[in-house]
Design a protein. Structure first.
Length: 363
């Protein structure tokens, strides 16, 4: 069952709940466009930045990277990031990770508040804590752009408080970038021709997200890193070894991914998306060895990933979207592969749970 055909309103099903935006998320913002009036309240619920007006302290990554633009091939925008905004190793705050959100803004706000990371008004309340999102902010759920707006705002607020809120590149970020950038341009899928637009719709793309997508969102997504190490945890989105094809170090992988996105080659971007969509490499008999290959290459003692919903990973539902009426029980992250891997996608798209977890996590 595919959730959201991308045409018209979000389809309400047994696995796609209608979350209403709570009062603390309804933060009006100034905007240059009437298009920001959405869902009966003024501005994005995540408090979007007006296009081109990124606030001081906004640090999705700690690097100065070129980003994809909506102009012709080769057009990029350079965004300056102050490395001084990144806390020093000594005195770092508590580390948290967030699994796949997929447009479920209300669930995200509730999960962050439950961990004390935001206050009753949805503002950063965790001081020098470190918060990493593992990717997949949009598609399937009702408010992907609101989720991105919230993460962008929390990035600035956390930096001002001495902590940080950052995010990794998920396959759905690659998919949305491709759908916006290349649309119906045919790509070589390895099994004939395909398009990013068709793949985005098939994988839960929401018309409301595309309509509200601004240049600042495109810049933010295109600058996200693919992999990072924090406190001996190797953080990445997908449970795949495909990262090894893009570099022998973390810096190499991230540089290669950003270079691909700025070259604006549809086939090359499609191949990147396709490889980051692979899953289950850490499951079953060969899983621990696959994890060790990544840890040996990039460092760390444990992998923490999203991408594959825990009920799907465990075989509790037949598909990623689940079946009507099913309610998978997810109590928390899933530790597996001989204790070397932690799965963080609680299956919010199948009425599971949006996970926010403090690290380290015991077996």
């Amino acid at each position: 069952m595919t959730q959201g055909a991308g045409q018209g309103p979000v389809v309400r099903t047994a696995t796609l709940r209608d979350f209403r935006v709570p009062p603390y998320a309804q933060v009006p913002v100034q905007s240059h466009s009437a298009d920001l009036v959405h869902a009966g309240h003024e501005g994005h619920p995540g408090n979007a930045f007006p296009e081109g007006d990124t606030p001081e302290g906004y640090t999705p990554t700690a690097r100065d990277l070129p980003v994809i633009a909506r102009g012709g091939p080769g057009d990029t925008v350079q965004v300056q990031v102050d490395p001084a905004d990144t806390p020093a190793p000594d005195g770092r705050g508590t580390l948290y990770v967030v699994g796949d959100v997929h447009g479920y803004l209300d669930e995200l706000l509730a999960a962050l508040a439950a961990q004390g990371l935001i206050d009753a008004e949805g503002r950063w309340a965790a001081g020098n804590a470190r918060l990493w999102f593992l990717g997949d902010f949009t598609d399937r759920g009702p408010d992907g752009i609101g989720v991105i707006d919230l993460v962008m705002r929390l990035s600035a607020e956390a930096a001002a408080a001495g902590g940080y809120c950052k995010a990794l590149m998920g396959n759905h970020e690659l998919l949305l970038l491709g759908a916006k950038r290349f649309g119906d341009t045919p790509v070589n899928s390895g099994a004939g021709t395909a398009t990013f637009q068709a793949a985005w719709l098939l994988n839960g793309g929401q018309k409301a997200d595309m309509d509200r997508l601004q240049e600042v969102h495109l810049q933010w997504m295109a600058r996200l890193d693919a992999i990072v190490e924090e406190d001996s945890h190797l953080l990445l989105h997908s449970d795949t070894t495909a990262y090894l094809e893009y570099g022998s170090t973390i810096a190499d992988v991230n540089d290669t991914v950003h270079a691909i996105l700025t070259r604006n080659d549809a086939d090359e971007c499609w191949d990147l998306f396709r490889k980051f969509t692979k899953r289950f490499a850490f499951r079953d008999e060969g899983g621990p060895q696959a994890v060790r290959e990544l840890l040996s290459a990039y460092g760390g003692h444990r992998i923490v990933h999203g991408h594959s919903p825990i009920p799907y990973l465990l075989g509790e539902v037949g598909t990623e979207d689940g079946e009507d009426g099913e309610r998978p029980v997810v109590d928390g992250p899933h530790v597996y592969a001989d204790g070397l891997a932690i799965a963080m996608d609680g299956g919010v798209t199948m009425a599971g749970k949006l996970l926010v977890q403090q690290l380290p996590l015991a077996n």
